[in-house]
Design a protein around this ligand. Structure first.
Ligand code: PEP
Ligand code: MG
Length: 585
């Protein structure tokens, strides 16, 4: 393919905002920054000291910096900082990296050249691995190499990182996205990247505008030239003067502070939390955490964590909302994300995912349950199982939980001995088995993101079938009605935690069916709260009844147009919330 010319890139570049907001800053072409390129651009240190000693000094300076980051890292990102940088520290101690550099220096290469070469070779060979988990480590090595090189040449580290810049990159791993946010990137542009559900979810957690585009024109924007990113409108302006004057550069959505309003309908507004930063964003407006996606630490670390490490992370999350109910979900992850190649599946969405994975990997499951119980002491703690398809899975998982509690008690380790136990309803089989699941649990949560995917057989991450992904599909609404009708007296303990929980066109339906708990993305909570406050119970019931009577998608689309105009009339506040409605997943 012909590389785009510089002259072709004055027009705006379109894409999809994964995390809304606007940013202005110098472009940073991330992929072009190989360690060799960086080494060439740095002034070699001219002080004539023994080359190996100079490398050792740079290495220990790097270790000290990393330790400082771990100790004093920004509190908002304390959990991910710990996850990423403790892994970096371990890599620095791995002979495959530092040992190889030492060998080359002893053979007469300069420390800069040796560090750059080993960094590039190792990162390229890791990145080429077809196992995504291993490939991702290539990026960690690149990052580390840059840090060591900066210390070797005594250049400021900041110069090599993303602070204040709009970073353009082709492939992105979750840990890399996080590192860019921690480094203070003003905005991020992903070019032609396959956006997995986890990348999409993470992007929204970061509070940094992120645009995904298929246009590789973005890759031809000169490094350092001033650009304007408007992820809310889905546009990148390759030169600052191309941006319309009304492109205000503000922080991302939902940051405004206003007094919290209480809902007349007595609905709990809860937060979906992926990383600690979410809990900080949410806590002003949240009555608690309705869903903590505990697989994120594993995805960021690219492997399992020890019981103590997990306990520390969960304690951060729990500590962010003292006195409020916290629901920790056990890892909803496929074997392909954590194990080596023999776990590869041709269809991981239908494979060993969620509770199936936990039950098949008991040691890892027990470690996680113990960590949750230990972190959840003196807390209104809920432990929830994902991807449940049979009642037996819940029974087995509960048995394991009871064994963990007994063991902790026997060992005299402080823990929460009576957590509430819940299951997610996100598979058709679980929806049909609602009564039986309700009898086995203390609470249930409808995960609409997956429920829609599995009911309609539409991959939630596949843009080609995005038009078929419809939360308002009559079948979905009838399924949700089926669920609410079968939880019986436990309706007060039923929540919705998919993206639909924040959708103004779904909220009246949920409330009309008697659902009292909505768990949404942190940046949506303020609007959810204002909106719920403006709604009338009887009107919600009538609306739910009307929506349930609709039999076709076409009629539903017509009804939604009408509903939207009714909502506009209902209240000025509601108008704001409606216009802030985003996409599905
Ligand atoms: C869901 O499926 O609706 C849900 C909340 O879980 P996740 O998005 O983590 O799959
Ligand atoms: Mg799900």
């Amino acid at each position: 393919m012909r590389a785009p010319e510089r002259s072709e890139i004055h027009d705006m570049i379109h894409g999809t905002g994964l995390s809304l907001g606007t940013a202005r800053g110098a472009a940073m072409q991330f992929d072009a920054r190989s360690a060799i390129g960086l080494a060439d651009s740095l002034e070699p240190n001219t002080v004539p000291v023994d080359a190996v000693a100079r490398f050792e000094r740079a290495l220990s300076a790097t270790i000290t910096q990393i330790d400082e980051i771990i100790e004093h890292g920004a509190s908002r990102f304390a959990d991910v900082v710990k996850l990423i940088f403790t892994a970096h520290r371990m890599m620095l101690e791995d002979p495959a990296y530092a040992g190889e550099i030492r060998k080359r220096i002893s053979n007469g290469e300069s420390p800069e050249k040796a560090t750059a070469t080993v960094t590039d070779e190792l990162s390229e060979s890791l990145s080429a691995n077809h196992n995504e988990r291993i490939a991702e480590k290539g990026e960690d090595i690149r990052d580390l190499g840059r840090r060591v090189l900066s210390n070797l040449t005594e250049t400021a580290n900041e110069g090599t990182f993303a602070h204040g810049r709009v970073v353009v990159l082709k492939s992105v791993f979750p840990s890399e996205l996080l590192r860019l946010a921690i480094d203070g990137a003003a905005g991020i542009v992903l070019v032609g990247t396959m956006v997995t559900a986890h990348i999409g979810i993470l992007a929204r957690s970061l509070g940094v505008p992120v645009l995904s585009t298929t246009s590789d024109l973005a890759l031809a924007i000169p490094d350092g030239s001033e650009v304007v990113l408007d992820a809310t409108r889905g546009v990148l302006y390759p030169t600052a003067d191309a941006a319309p004057p009304d492109t205000t550069v503000a922080s991302s959505e939902g940051d405004a502070v206003e007094d919290r309003v209480e809902s007349a309908l007595a609905v709990s507004i809860l937060a979906n939390v992926n990383i600690l930063a979410d809990a900080y964003t949410a806590r002003r407006y949240a009555d608690g955490i309705g869903l903590y996606r505990s697989e994120f630490p594993f995805i960021i670390r690219k492997g399992f964590l020890s019981e103590d490490e997990q306990k520390d992370l969960y304690s951060y999350i729990i500590g962010s909302m003292p006195g409020k109910p916290i629901t920790l979900r056990t890892a909803d992850i496929g074997g392909d994300k954590l194990l080596d190649d023999d776990a590869a599946e041709s269809n991981p969405f239908l494979g060993v995912r969620g509770i199936r994975f936990s039950l098949a990997n008991r040691e890892a499951f027990r470690t996680q349950l113990r960590a949750m119980l230990r972190a959840g002491i003196d807390t209104d703690l809920g432990i929830m199982f994902p991807m449940v398809s049979t009642v037996e899975e819940v029974q087995e998982a509960k048995d394991e939980l009871v064994r963990c509690i007994e063991q902790l008690a026997r060992d005299g380790i402080p823990h929460n001995g009576s957590p509430r136990v819940g299951a997610m309803i996100e598979l058709p089989s679980a929806a049909i088995a609602t009564s039986e699941l309700a009898a086995e649990t203390d609470f249930l949560s409808i995960g609409t993101n997956d429920l829609v995917m599995y009911m309609l057989a539409v991959d939630r991450t596949n843009a080609r079938v995005a038009d078929l992904y419809r939360t308002h599909h009559p079948t979905i609404l009838r399924t949700i009605h089926w669920i609410t009708a079968r939880v019986g007296g436990a309706i007060g303990e039923l929540s919705v935690c998919g993206e639909a929980a924040a959708d103004p066109l779904m909220i009246p339906f949920f409330l009309g069916l008697g659902i009292k708990k909505l768990s949404g993305a942190p940046r949506r909570l303020r609007d959810m709260r204002r909106y719920v406050t403006a709604l009338d119970e009887r009107w919600c019931r009538d609306t739910a009844r009307s929506m349930l009577a609709i039999r076709t998608i076409h009629e539903m689309d017509e009804y939604l147009v009408e509903l939207e105009s009714q909502l506009h009339e209902l209240n000025d506040r509601v108008t704001d919330a409606t216009s802030a409605a985003g996409g599905s997943t």
